[in-house]
Every structure is written in C-alpha cells, then in structure tokens.
Design a protein around this ligand. Structure first.
Ligand code: NAD
Ligand code: DAU
Length: 352
C-alpha cells in the first residue's frame, strides 16, 4: 500500500504520470499532487482523475517549507516523485533566476521534509536509519550530461556538463539528491530521461509548437540549421520507466531512460507536415538558440538489462497518436494558447 506525493502533477509529464498510476497501480491508496499552477500547470490535464477518491490536489509551492512539512505530517507519504520544475530551456536563457529557486531550492525543501519525516531516530543527527520501504525519486534529464558529437551515448557514468541555465539547475538539484543519499543515507533514485512527447505537452516545446503552428499555417520556427538531434521517448514509456525504478531501482542508483529514437529536428518537422498535409514552405529557419546542444542520445542498457524495462511505443505509432490527440482536443489547445501564451510567443519569436 503506497502513499505517494507527486509534485508538478499538473504539468505535461506529471499529469500523464498521475493518470498512469491511478489506472495501473491499485497498491497506491493515496496520491497527493502538489502543484503551483504556473503557466505550465493546467488542471484540465487531470479531468479524468479528479473524482478518484485516492487523488488529492494541493495548490502550493515546493519551496514552501512549512507547507511541505505539514503535508508529510498530514498524509504520511512513503513515496515522493518530484517532477515540479521550470522546464523550458529557452525561458531559462531569458530569465535564469527562477530556475535556481524552483529547481534547486524546491528539491532541497522536499529532501529535508522527507528526511525529517522518514528518519527512525530523528533525535540522532548521525543516524542513517530510515523507515523501510520509503523512497524519494528525482525526475531529472539527459541535459545534465551536456552535448554529444556525432558519436557516443550518455551513460550513467558520463560526467555532468550542463550547458544551459535550465540544465545547470537540474544538475544542481541532482547533486543535492546525491548529497542527501551520501551524507544522511536517504533512500533515493535519480532518473535521467531524454525528450518526451505525447498528449498534454504545452506548445512551447518543439513537437506541440510545430503541430499548433502547422494547423494554423503559421511559420514553423526551426533554430539554426535544424540538424540538432534529440532522442525521443513517448511520455507513457517514461511513466512506466519511473514506476519500474520505484519498484526495483537499487537505493542510491541513477537510471537513464530513453527509447533509442534519435531524430534531427528538421526530420520531425517534415514528419508533422506530412501527417497534416501541410506544405514544407512553412518551414522558417530562425536565429539559433545560444549554447544550443547539438546532440543527445541515451544509452538505456542499465534500466533495460538490470530492471527489465523496455519502451512499448515505436516512434511512428507515438507520433501518429500524438498528432491525433492535438487534432481531437482543440479546446485544450485553445485554452493554453490564448492570453499569456501570445505575449510569450511574441517575446520569444518576434524578432528572431
Ligand atoms: P512542465 O513544465 O510541463 O510542468 C512543470 C509543472 O511543475 C507544472 O505543473 C508547474 O505548475 C509545476 N511547478 C513549477 N514550479 C513549481 C513550484 N515552485 N511548486 C510546485 N509546482 C511547480 O514540465 P514537464 O515537461 O512535465 O517536466 C516534468 C519534469 O521532468 C521536470 O523536472 C523536467 O525537468 C523533467 N524532464 C522533462 C523532459 C521533457 O521532455 N519534457 C525530459 C526529461 C526530464
Ligand atoms: O532532453 C530532455 C529535455 O528535453 C528536458 O529536460 C526539457 O525539459 C525539455 O524541454 C526538452 O529540452 P529541449 O531543449 O531539447 O526541448 P525543446 O522542445 O525546447 O527543443 C527541442 C529541439 O528543437 C531543440 O534542438 C531546439 C529545437 N527547437 C525548439 C523550439 C521550441 C526549434 O528548432 N524551434 C522551436 O521553436
């Protein structure tokens, strides 16, 4: 019987994860979603679960120490899955500070609360004894490893070498998680995933932005030459991988998660245009992202060989389903792209 705290559960991956857990994990008897509802958080993503008696939504900030400690006291969590973050590289280039407070201080706030609540001898500051069966899982990213050249892949032993304020803040958070394991013995895992795609992704990220613009026959902004490579994973495969790590991951271990789907950005843009029957003349090369990582690729040997996880989606099926989801949910798209999104789009792409 698990009592789970999920942070950032109103965002893209978090909301898919909550749906996945409540659909598939009957041993989860309580799931509390702590989310600040920033521009990226949207309760419409959770309509299918809001009447589930195991689900509780708390509107709040992971940096709020009193709130986080009170939630542990009230709900007695044994599992934490920490998604909440500022997640967009382009925003981090324009406004880095909030990435440090949310991503690093937010993580450390949760670690402190978990440590205090789970320690068997709280009065003994040197005790490394924690309640059996508890676990803190940090959702991290392959971007902490930096960029690859034409060859090679990221393994869990690749040195951290982040290049953007976003990835530097995620690496900082990972190091705090590691430190709480090494120093205090807190039972943790870190997962480092490649680029996700699927339903409910906010159209500031490549795939939903291109689908949205293509449908409106607006220019499709491709940064630089468009030959940067990302390693794509369907969000549901990410959810099943996190569940596998929660169940079987060795304490203190890091696991890379990826689906062996390396694609150049231009290839993705062309695929979307073809699926939607729109012309390639919409493709517009714009100024490149500063410090743009050229290539990511995940070596997923550890999670596949040691824990027996494997992705279920082919890239073709995942993309066809994703495009169909955006076509079938125009109200969702309309709601998230009205208002503040227009200002964001103008600021990011206006003079590019
Ligand atoms: P997202 O931007 O869609 O969602 C982030 C969520 O966190 C939102 O619901 C937002 O309201 C919430 N949030 C932000 N600040 C908060 C705060 N201070 N307190 C509480 N909630 C707060 O992000 P995503 O794409 O779903 O990514 C989720 C996690 O996965 C992030 O940690 C990200 O670094 C990591 N990740 C993402 C990808 C990807 O491709 N999207 C890949 C690898 C790892
Ligand atoms: O690798 C995992 C990471 O993937 C996650 O940690 C991040 O949270 C997530 O945002 C994502 O980062 P990227 O920077 O790779 O994703 P994004 O969708 O922003 O960009 C994907 C690629 O497409 C990248 O090479 C930049 C390019 N791009 C992006 C946008 C938004 C464009 O060419 N045009 C665009 O308009």
């Amino acid at each position: 019987m698990k009592r789970m705290l999920v942070t950032g559960g109103a965002g893209f991956i978090g909301s898919n994860f909550i749906q996945y857990i409540l659909d598939n994990q009957q041993d989860v008897v309580l799931l509390v979603n702590l989310d600040l509802l920033t521009y990226a958080g949207n309760l419409e993503n959770l309509k299918t679960v809001e009447s589930d008696p195991r689900y509780v939504f708390v509107h709040g900030d992971v940096r709020d120490r009193d709130l986080v400690r009170d939630l542990f006291g009230r709900y007695d969590f044994d599992t934490v899955v920490h998604f909440a973050a500022e997640s967009h590289v382009d925003r981090s280039i324009v406004e880095p500070e909030i990435f440090l407070t949310t991503n690093i201080i937010g993580t450390q706030t949760l670690l402190d609360a978990a440590k205090a609540h789970w320690k068997i001898h709280p009065e003994d500051k040197y005790s490394r004894a924690f309640r059996p069966g508890v676990k803190y899982l940090q959702v991290s990213t392959d971007e902490v490893y930096g960029a690859l050249g034409r060859t090679g892949m990221f393994t869990e032993d690749t040195p951290l070498s982040p290049n953007s304020p976003y990835s530097a803040s995620k690496a900082g958070a990972d190091l705090m998680v590691r430190a709480y394991h090494e120093t205090y013995g807190l039972p943790v895992n870190i997962t480092r995933c490649s680029n996700n795609y699927g339903p409910y992704q906010f159209p500031e990220k490549l795939i939903p932005l291109i689908i949205h613009n293509a449908l409106k026959e607006k220019p499709l902004p491709v940064y630089g030459d468009g030959m940067q490579i990302r390693d794509w994973l369907h969000v549901k495969d990410h959810c099943s991988a996190i569940t596998t790590v929660l169940e079987k991951g060795g304490v203190g271990e890091v696991y890379n998660i990826g689906g062996n789907n390396e694609r150049a950005n231009l290839e993705i843009v062309r695929l979307i245009l073809k699926e939607l029957g729109k012309p390639e003349s919409l493709i517009t090369h714009v100024k490149d992202r500063p410090g743009h990582d050229r290539r990511y690729a995940i070596d997923n040997t550890k999670i596949t060989a040691e824990l027996g996880w494997k992705p279920a989606y082919t890239f073709g099926r995942g993309m066809a389903e994703t495009i169909r989801w955006y076509l079938e949910n125009p109200e969702w798209v309309e709601h998230v792209t009205s208002g503040a999104y227009q200002t964001y789009y103008q600021k990011m792409y206006g003079n590019r």
